[in-house]
Design a protein around this ligand. Structure first.
Ligand code: URP
Ligand code: ZN
Ligand code: ZN
Length: 460
């Protein structure tokens, strides 16, 4: 059924216009004032509301096997949560173990999503080793529609790669125009510092920060910049958390390195004191890089405003507090890393970014949707309201007032890191390729509508 969204204000990354949007089939086919709709059209009155392009979360974990356990979500739970929160496309990290074959892992990850997702999805292909079969596997994966890789400079002995593997991955990516997303922390420093902290009896969640202070992340970014400079690869730093790391990325850029930067909603809003909560509660807030000193937050907001930082993601990594986070009682290195927030990102960024005047509406759309579409070869199909684009639309009610709570969330985790936080504004209608998927905080769509988005690398 066709959809007409009337009387709203369309906000794209660089424009604001009061106009109606008409969607036929899966596509936006008309934009203009006073559009008429044929009988049978579903009409949505967006008076007083913002009309945004569907939001994109470029860094999500759903079924990650990690630190001796598995992330708790499935595509059934995560994709519905994403849509209720206004995210219509997610990019999951496909992360094979070092003993796994890349192509087999890719097929496995794809099978976990296909026919089970309510929202559109794609993957960053994790390169967790580089051996004789890796190059041909990766090239086949690119042919199958993947245009970005993921590497870890952290997690020694698990997902992390060594410098020869880093060089090979970046060289291959540079040749094929693939962008490489990277977790930047120096893994040796983390391992050594963790050992020393545990020996000194510092075993609680707050030890996690001490094991990887800002300079450890800055060193990781510097390392990536050096390798990117010499290989010519396009790079994207995931979950950048602090000024020291951002300075290294800016220095790389000044030398001509192609680098984009992602920060997370968690780093913009939470600081390291959350991981110091008593009675092991701090474990809920253990992630890597760790939550930082609050003095970093104005730096990150400024980076979003001036374009130094391109995207705001979640690094959604859902582990229960009971049963999973508790595995690290008595040893912080065993606390599964991650703070889930797939469902909350858009509402929190709007409430704490737009409503407080830290970012304007165009920047909001740019960092939460358009930039991810551009960087990851989805634009202009995704990331913009324009004729010919997929009809992924968020009609957003700025007058809504509510409170976040685990009791109401759709993800499959037993806590909400933002429990009790007040929200000002939320998606009221969310469409996926021309079909309504969510309304006023509830999923109402087709659970299997989501599609694998094939991407072609578009870099020279
Ligand atoms: O703490 C985090 N970030 N957990 C997920 C895995 C990763 O490093 O992205
Ligand atoms: Zn990471
Ligand atoms: Zn991640």
């Amino acid at each position: 059924m066709a959809i007409l969204i009337k009387n709203g204000e369309i906000i794209n990354a660089t424009s604001r216009v009061k106009a109606d949007v008409y969607c036929e089939g899966e596509t936006i086919t008309r934009i203009g004032q006073g559009l008429e709709a044929p009988p049978g059209t579903q009409v949505i009155d967006a008076k007083g509301k913002h009309v945004f392009p569907g939001f994109i979360d470029p860094h999500v974990h759903i079924t990650l096997p990690f630190m001796g356990t598995n992330a708790k979500d499935t595509y059934e739970t995560a994709s519905k949560a994403a849509l209720v929160g206004g995210t219509t496309t997610l990019i999951e990290m496909c992360c094979p173990g070092r003993s796994e074959n890349a192509l087999a892992a890719f097929s496995h990850w794809l099978a976990q999503a296909e026919g089970r997702s309510a929202c559109d999805f794609t993957f960053h292909m994790g390169v967790t080793k580089f051996d004789a079969s890796t190059e041909s596997d990766l090239l086949e994966i690119v042919r199958r529609g993947i245009s970005s890789f993921k590497i870890f400079l952290a997690y020694k002995g698990a997902l992390g790669i060594d410098d020869s593997e880093l060089f090979s991955t970046l060289s291959l990516a540079a040749k094929r125009g693939v962008i490489v997303t990277a977790h930047c922390e120096n893994e040796t420093l983390i391992a050594e510092r963790s050992r020393m902290l545990l020996m000194a009896g510092k075993t609680g969640p707050e030890g996690h920060y001490a094991s990887r202070p800002p300079v450890v992340e800055a060193e990781g970014v510097h390392h990536l910049m050096t390798f990117a400079e010499l290989t010519g690869a396009y790079t994207y730093i995931v979950h950048l958390s602090c000024k020291e790391a951002l300075d290294e990325a800016i220095a790389g850029r000044k030398r001509g390195v192609n680098v984009a930067v992602e920060t997370l909603i968690q780093y913009l809003l939470l600081d390291k004191t959350w991981a110091e909560k008593p009675d092991f509660e701090g474990a809920k807030y253990v992630m890597s890089p760790p939550l930082r000193d609050a003095s970093n937050q104005p730096v990150l907001w400024a980076g979003l405003r001036d374009g130094t930082i391109q995207t705001v993601a979640t690094d959604h990594a859902p582990f229960d507090f009971e049963g999973q986070k508790r595995m690290g009682m008595g040893d912080f290195t065993k606390i599964p890393n991650g703070i889930p927030s797939l469902e909350e990102r858009v509402k929190l960024l709007y409430t704490h970014g737009v409503r407080t005047g830290k970012i304007d509406l165009n920047t909001f759309v740019n960092v939460a949707s358009t930039q991810a579409a551009k960087l990851f070869d989805l634009y202009p199909r995704k990331g913009s309201i324009e004729v010919g684009a997929d009809a992924d639309i968020v009609v957003f009610d700025p007058e809504y007032r509510g409170t976040l709570s685990a009791k109401e969330q759709h993800i499959n985790v037993d806590y909400n890191a933002f429990e009790g936080w007040k929200i000002e504004g939320r998606p009221s209608v969310v469409t996926v390729r021309g079909e309504i998927a969510a309304k006023d905080g509830e999923f109402v769509g087709s659970p299997t509508r989501g599609r694998f988005l094939k991407r072609v690398p578009n870099r020279a």
